[in-house]
Design a protein around this ligand. Sequence first.
Ligand code: AMP
Length: 524
Amino acid sequence: MNQNLYAQFEQRFPHDDGAPAMVLPGGRLYTYGQLKSESARYARLLTSLGAQPGDRIAVQVEKSASAVFLYLGALRAGCVFVPMNPAYQRGELAHLLGDARPHVFVVRPQAAAQGRVLAAAAGVPHVLELGDDGEGEIAQAAARQVPRSAIAQRSADDLAAILYTSGTTGRPKGAMLTHRNLGVGVSTLHRFWAFEPGDVLLHILPIYHFHGLFVALHCALWNGSAMRFEPRFDAARAVALLSSSTVCMGVPTHYVRMLGEPGLDVAACRGMRLFVSGSAPLLPDTFNAFRRRSGHAILERYGMTEGGMFASNPYLGERRCGTVGRALPGVSLRVVDAGGASAAPGETGQIQVRGANVFAGYWRLPEKTSEEHTVDGFFKTGDLGRLSEDGYLTIVGRDKDLVISGGLNVYPKEIEEVIDALPGVRESAVIGLPHPDFGEAVVAVVVRDTSIDCTAVPQAADVVGAVKASLAAFKVPKTVHFVEELPRNAMGKVQKNLLRERFASGRGASAAKNTRKKRQHDPA
Ligand code: AMP
């Protein structure tokens, strides 16, 4: 049997070719019949350019219906889809093209000149343009093709995609995802989140990232669902579209922005079945406020580029705020201590996962791949977390964000939770900065909440005092910086590396040193 992911999707598409697949702003509708014929044209175009099964097709374009046809066309042709963040600049692109060595590179017209130069340097044979609204030379060339109805034969272990890690530190690495990885991933989520006939997905995520492409889009295709396909997120529009949708997937920032819309209420969400959040931590304030306003408990899940979703709160049952739920069916998930032994419930350690959805390794980096796996085949996620007695996982942060002060481990999230609970604080990020005595010093970066009437604007002393009152002395920030907002990437992740750079170089905003006590703890 053909294990090509596209073949798996097509078997599940509605029998009626007229069934809606994507509705774009302005009302432009694409049916499942068009999804099949358009992707077949793109498949023909790619093969006419000499692309063979296994060849990479690199794509740096905006979200559009044509971008979806191109993705499905690449799968149909047996090629390996390599989406790239449109925010990537020259240096990053040069690295990605040199690493992925695609046969075809699809670029936005405004970046085409640079794309051609970089492609030539990397030996990429074909560069084609695709405009932000899905127009451009590749769309025109595809329109001239006779649809290629054949679907390239692929085995479960063949690559379907290479997704570069978001790379908040270091150079992006290519995560190799097979037809099995993606097929198992989507079928598990489809079942676990109880997709049903008639579901309509509000698609507000970008499609160069796992979340928007392999979680949101895939779930809709697997279900043969219609999507409200929004190329750009607009909170007011999203809230208005809830009445004609049943499922929404977003990052926490989307939910924060929707909360800023007066139209978000129970009536607006009456037809909604499910709100899913992931890619970054959902703050309890957001979870609670959204529940009050919409009547829905957002379902938080956890996963990453290297294999998709690993844990999820349940569809039925308790969605526990501050946790990402239990391991998904088919995923073995464990938390281990520094020696590799299983951590006791409540103990923080490294999260490791194993399962058919977990990626096949890093592209052209066999050593890195084996470094990041244990001898019994678990992938070391690089995330820190703890499991409750009943298996709910709490993410404590990235391993790399762990602060080691005076030889003692400081988990930023624990401190951030205390600071966030202070009146007048919107959010915070705790980082470690080089310190001559302690190795690293705990530093808090705080965003004040200016939207509420707060008589006492929190000061550094309040932040320090609150942490001191509830946590051990070695966790108390040595410096507190106040900023207007935290730097985030497009997926809503706080870029702690940028904060570290900014404050290590002393270019920070208002800072207050906690000098009340000279030494807060002795190095361990
Ligand atoms: P990416 O590979 O860009 O999808 O980033 C994956 C990383 O995002 C994970 O390793 C986690 O650090 C983080 N992440 C994903 N989902 C969550 C979540 N629900 N809560 C906290 N962090 C998350």
